[in-house]
Design a protein around this ligand. Structure first.
Ligand SMILES: Nc1ncnc2c1ncn2[C@@H]1O[C@H](COP(=O)(O)OP(=O)(O)OP(=O)(O)O)[C@@H](O)[C@H]1O
Length: 318
């Protein structure tokens, strides 16, 4: 028989619950059981089905997933262009669920920057590269006049190695140059977070690598936190953290770290795959693992001192 807790024990529990860290309290981006349901012609699509994601300040991470898994839906919510149906999403202290229209506009101008796959969405065709970068500064009414804005634009274009293109319009730039100018536009107001949806999707592999290098430079030199949605394996393979989305939820995560080979002294990047464990204890096993062992419906679990074994169901149904 279990005895009822004493009043002192209840008080201790209440204090412990109050002091327990809130989920994502130290993250720059927190998605907590995020849900987005679209209704079209009486049909409901659950694009996000309780997605959890934490991104810490200064990270450069990639999001991958099959077509229709919910990547763009998540990016649109983080960009402040769409609202979640349920759950919580916080970016740099802003509650994306509760923001007013005015706050949402200021958030899009000052807190997040975005680079999309299509140039037409990133740059205005009738403005030069420098004017495109100066425009968000003007809209955000940043301090300083036209000259200060021009200086800031040139500073960013120089960092991204496209200063020589400053007086050209988008159609006079190569695809890679356009994306680097787009990156400068996104950074104009010094956002805390940079979001990029397939930024190298329309580029050949050599140019894609140069553009990705530009993202890395921004992350290292300016400390900007960057989330890139990509199908490009070479991009996903070069970041320290790649999170996979499956059916509207984060499913697995690959972390890479440098290890020095003690024999040769050479530095190698070592990758390790992790599964996400949500706060209810739910774990999503990678589809290929499930297929390889023919698992379905039920699995056998065993708790060992330092790990848990998951085996195909071996019970005889009687
Ligand atoms: N505005 C919308 N109305 C109805 N359904 C939508 C809408 N936007 C997205 N969806 C649906 O939500 C699901 C997730 O779509 P989403 O665009 O986020 O996927 P994705 O992972 O970005 O795919 P892709 O890699 O092809 O861009 C899909 O089933 C899609 O059809």
């Amino acid at each position: 028989m279990t005895s009822s807790p004493t009043l002192d024990e209840l008080a201790d529990r209440a204090l412990a619950a109050r002091d327990a860290a809130v989920y994502g309290h130290d993250a720059l981006i927190t998605c907590d059981r995020l849900v987005r349901i679209f209704s079209a012609d009486g049909v409901e699509v659950q694009a996000l089905q309780g997605l959890d994601l934490l991104v810490r300040e200064g990270e450069l991470m990639a999001l991958v997933g099959a077509s229709g898994s919910g990547k763009s839906t998540l990016m649109n919510i983080l960009a402040g262009l769409d609202r979640p149906t349920a759950g919580a999403a916080r970016v740099a202290g802003h509650d994306l669920f509760a923001m007013s229209a005015r706050e949402r506009l200021a958030y899009r101008r000052e807190t997040v920057g975005f680079v999309w796959q299509q140039t037409a969405r990133n740059l205005l065709p009738y403005l030069t590269a420098a004017q495109n970068v100066a425009l968000p500064l003007q809209l955000a009414r940043s301090r300083g006049g036209r000259r200060a804005r021009a200086e800031r634009a040139l500073e960013l274009l120089t960092l991204l190695e496209v200063a020589d293109c400053r007086d050209r319009r988008p159609h006079q730039l190569s695809g890679g140059q356009q994306q680097r100018v787009a990156l400068a536009v996104a950074l104009a107001n010094g956002p805390a977070v940079l979001l990029a949806d397939e930024p190298t999707g329309e580029l050949d592999s050599h140019t894609a690598e140069q553009v990705f290098t530009a993202f890395r430079t921004v992350n290292e030199e300016l400390g900007t936190t960057i989330v890139i949605v990509t199908h490009d394996q070479s991009v996903a393979g070069e970041v320290r953290r790649t999170v996979a989305i499956r059916d509207g939820r984060t499913s697995t995560e690959v972390l890479r770290r440098s290890e020095v080979d003690s024999a040769t002294g050479q530095e190698n990047l070592v990758a390790r795959e992790y599964a996400m464990l949500d706060r209810a204890g739910r774990l999503q096993l990678p589809a290929e693992y499930i297929r390889a062992l023919g698992m379905r419906d039920r699995v056998a679990l065993e708790l060992e001192p330092d790990h848990i074994t998951v085996r195909p169901d071996d019970a005889q149904d009687s």
